[in-house]
Design a protein around this ligand. Structure first.
Ligand SMILES: [Zn+2]
Length: 447
């Protein structure tokens, strides 16, 4: 008989056999003493919520009434979302990060990252993402900024806005676009500081050969980043904007009086790009800055984007001029300007921006656990009782990345149905979820 829909058993087996889910779950720990509901059950419950895209934690609360789910997460009784909160606020991040790393290593070993290699190379990108913002609720890890907004009477008022921001690293060349790691900005620091911390942590987590090329935006066109890249041996393609003034101007000056090194037209859906490329190649590489005269190769693209659209029954064409510059140390022979341009653009493609996917389809922007004061206490060195540091947001984010990676891998590599019927990840999740709802709910014990 043909496989008609996804069974939860096959998904569960996939997670246990392929990714040692149970073994990792058993490693989870939190700050509670002698809890009745284990950290493993809390982790599995939240993983369940993310995998099946439950719209709220109240929904998870309701599903915890199913004996099926209790059995799957290894809990002897149902529990409420306050147990989840209390556990997650003091969750130990290390076992979560170890699981994320192990999962990615397994994906690499099973050749999940082989399709889509660029000239045989594996490509990752660094991106910043803002996770939540609030004018009222804030915690000790919040970042702050002054924002002007209108009050109820329409008057402009300036207020302090609190928010959280992180820099993440994601594989982007292959259909399985796995997240590798996440680094949170600390109060008062800039994104490049967190990025440098992430870049120095990545080789420790994965080894420096886990990927070959890193795509970075103009914010990271800075000497400390270039130095670090040189140490680790990663190649990079970095956008160049006018904030790197000297280099930008010398490149534009150099290219101004010569014909393009390549000219071509590219068709993508209803868009046509007419592209002209200039390239310093390796021989004419320009000094990065006055202080750091390390020569870098610069590629410049002048593009006319034509959009063909039907408006009121008539085909109309609109044209936009675009200019792009990138710096790289990739050798010109193996990576001609057109390949550097493609890599540069890959970073901006919507389907390559997993963070956007997370905030649109995975409810990554909710403020769950933010500024939560319901958390375990510990005794500090001076003998006083204090709340443990709030790990809620980073813990939830890591569990979300684990769920996202596992689901993308399952859907793209192991689900015959997704391939045969072109099912989306959301449709597969819905199918799997229906298997659970078929199980009768057990009666909830009175609380
Ligand atoms: Zn906060």
């Amino acid at each position: 008989m043909k496989e008609r829909s996804h069974s939860l058993v096959s998904f569960s087996t996939y997670l246990n056999k392929g990714f040692a889910l149970r073994r990792h779950a058993a490693q989870m720990s939190d700050a509670r003493t002698d809890p009745e509901i284990s950290p493993a059950s809390v982790f599995l419950a939240l993983l369940h919520a993310f995998v099946f895209r439950l719209p709220s934690f109240q929904q998870l609360d309701a599903e915890l009434g199913h004996s099926y789910l209790q059995h799957w997460i290894g809990a002897e009784r149902p529990f409420r979302d306050d147990t989840l909160r209390y556990s997650l606020c003091g969750f130990d991040l290390q076992p979560l990060e170890r699981m994320l790393v192990d999962l990615n290593r397994r994906l690499k070993r099973s050749k999940a990252f082989d399709p889509g290699r660029v000239q045989g190379h594996l490509v990752a990108a660094l991106d910043g993402i803002e996770v939540l913002s609030s004018f009222s609720r804030h915690c000790e890890n919040c970042l702050e900024r002054r924002v002007t907004r209108k009050d109820a009477a329409g008057r402009k008022v300036e207020e302090t806005q609190y928010y959280h921001r992180a820099v993440g690293c994601q594989m982007i060349h292959s259909p399985v676009k796995s997240f590798l790691a996440l680094e949170w900005l600390r109060p008062g620091e800039g994104e490049e500081t967190a990025a440098l911390r992430l870049l120095s942590r990545l080789p420790r987590l994965y080894g420096s050969r886990f990927f070959d090329i890193l795509l970075l935006d103009a914010l990271y066109a800075q000497s400390p980043v270039l130095d670090l890249l040189q140490q680790t041996g990663w190649q990079a393609v970095i956008s160049l904007k006018q904030n790197s003034r000297d280099l930008y101007q010398s490149a534009v000056g150099l290219f101004a009086h010569r014909t393009p090194d390549a000219t071509f037209t590219e068709q993508r859906g209803h868009k046509t790009y007419r592209v002209q490329l200039w390239d310093t190649g390796d021989s004419e590489a320009l000094p990065f800055t006055l202080d750091n005269p390390e020569p870098v190769r610069v590629v410049r693209s002048e593009e006319v984007l034509e959009r063909h659209q039907y408006r009121q029954g008539k085909l109309t064409t609109t044209e936009t001029d675009q200019e792009w510059l990138w710096i790289t140390a990739l050798p010109a022979q193996a990576f001609p300007a057109a390949v550097v341009r493609r890599l540069g653009h890959d970073r901006w493609k919507n389907e390559n921006n997993g963070w956007m996917v997370l905030s649109q389809h995975w409810a990554f922007k909710h403020g769950f656990l933010h500024a939560c004061r319901h958390r375990p206490q510990r005794t500090n060195p001076s003998g006083e009782r204090e709340l443990v540091p709030n790990q809620g947001l980073p813990a939830v984010a890591l569990i979300l990345l684990i769920a996202f990676n596992l689901c993308s891998a399952f859907v793209l590599r192991h689900s015959k149905l997704a391939r045969r019927d072109h099912l989306t990840a959301i449709a597969v999740a819905a199918q799997l979820h229906r298997c659970i709802s078929k199980a009768p709910p057990s009666l909830r014990a009175p609380t």
